[in-house]
Design a protein around this ligand. Sequence first.
Ligand code: 6XA
Ligand code: ZN
Length: 343
Amino acid sequence: MKTVFSPVQLAHDPKHEISDGMLKPAVEIPSRAEIVRARIMETGFGDILPPEEFGTEPLARVHAGDYIAFLESFWTRWTNAGRSGEAFPFVWPVRELRTKPVPDHIDGLLGRYSFDAGTPLGEETWFAARASADTALTAARLVAGGDRAAFALCRPPGHHAHADFYGGYCFLNNAAIAAQYLRDAGADRVAVLDVDYHHGNGTQAIFYDRADVLFLSLHADPIEEFPYFLGHADETGEGAGEGFNANFPLPLGTDWPVFSRALDAALERVAEFSPDTLVVSLGLDTYERDPISKFRLKSEEFLRLGARLEKAGLPTVFVMEGGYAVDALGINCVNVLSGFEGA
Ligand code: 6XA
Ligand code: ZN
């Protein structure tokens, strides 16, 4: 299978994030992508291609125009306000507060277009996020063009990004953009299966009222894990989308036997839906030694995950999401992909 990757994705190079009540070293860092790329080359897994440039249009099929304009203009506004370095929001329009009119002030804008304070936004973020989306789109184009599978080595990740706000290290929802592209390229039904440790709240919200894109997510129960405010089992879709959203919240400490039972249940739902294409939001933070997560998958079990996904028998676009145990990330990621290929 081919991998798509652009070095422009490395330009987003945050130094800090806010977590555990502190300013801590950032974990969503460029070496994550570099280690995966190195492992693909080292194992001779397959060709690595640069993404094509798709422009703004496929982004705007999923994201609001004013949000895209905010990301694009952020650095100019930030520096015009006399600021430098990484930005963090600290005030949000929750509950009784108003989202309109949109504030002029950069601190108001940051709050309007985000949902957490843990996601550093810097000078190069927009360029890297756009390249990451182009990477997902190029992988989707390969699969739409007949490849059985393709791997989008995306970074920054995407599954927490909603139509008009960022968070959880995500700015543009790469998996959602790829799924919408596949629909626009002729697929009648697309399933997005999210196997990241965290719930894919952004992807869920983007497709929540739609019957043409089935979203399924296996993740740590939001009662005790980020993103806390979405990802429960009773979220099943709304309107035309009722019945086309399926969450599998799992306890902290989940190991392969528990994870794989939920995976089987999710894949049964995928089979009933009978999609033309499968998009996998591939988080590797279910790994037992991930520094921010609490599942217990072992490196060799990622091979089994890949093999199980292959058995679904569908054209498959893999889109990388989280995973922060950088030393093992290349091994774990390529294990999924080579498990899929039967290696
Ligand atoms: C809070 C945790 C962000 C989760 C990022 C992630 N700073 N999402 O891996 O899949
Ligand atoms: Zn994650």
